[in-house]
Design a binder for this molecule. Sequence first.
Ligand code: FAD
Length: 265
Amino acid sequence: KRTEEWREFDKSKVYMADLESGLHYLLRVELARHQTLEGEQLRTFKDFVTVVAKLFPGRPSVVKLLETLLEWIVSLPLDKIPYDAVLDLVNNKMRISGLFLSDRVQWVGCQGSSASFRGYPCSLWTLFHVLTVQAAVRPDALANTALEDDPQAVLQTMRRYITTFFGCQECGHHFEEMAKESMGAVKTTDEAVLWLWRKHNQVNRRLAGAMSEDPLFPKTQWPTPDLCPTCHEERSGIHAWDEPTVLDFLKRHYGATNISPKYTL
Ligand code: FAD
């Protein structure tokens, strides 16, 4: 049942409120399922925090919070950290110093027609599309990190995050299958942007009409012609994508200047 008011939004925009709510949920709810982070989990979390701290085109207070979290994790000599320590940092220490990540979720472009639809999974896709675009338009952003000069940096970090932490295990399994098949062939950061777009459409095709589909937001092959008419072509009567145009569209749609601050707290 819907308890909150509907927030009007424009589907040609990306909303900072969705990205911040996704980060909130990831750091405060999803990671909380793990009492301690160690081994592969800790390495995955470290790489995730590196990627968001360096690439997230967020508001200064949120970027600063992510940078502080990164400095803290990198400086820890431990190979095992209690989740409580992460939470303590995100909730308390940061609040005191005025660094801020909203303390509740507020979905906008990721709103569902009921609370069981959309929300967090939608915001994760959105976040990783934004991050692949930032890696493509700011090639030096990951300099001096372990992920430097790797065109697959964002995708491989997403892959490990999804298989290690994402609450939907079936999703992790499906994503790993797709990654195994073709992620290794990605040679440039532009190809990484297109790879994620193509795979997201593959997921949309598989899930169209499933129980998990919000009837108000049917799964489509995206971007639909109303969003990007020139992305679509017809070759010998068969639909085809004009991929260079799709790449330009993705860079614009998921680029920093198309992220609306509307509804942020
Ligand atoms: P989403 O698919 O979440 O998309 C969010 C927004 O991204 C859309 O509203 C649109 O604006 C934009 N978008 C849509 N397609 C593309 C594209 N091709 N490229 C770029 N942007 C696009 N659910 C399952 O039931 N089974 C699964 O196996 C499964 N696997 C998943 C794997 C991953 C990695 C993730 C993050 C989620 C997965 N989910 C899965 C959840 C599912 O994909 C949707 O996120 C969820 O059903 C909510 O759908 P949505 O309508 O909000 O749109």
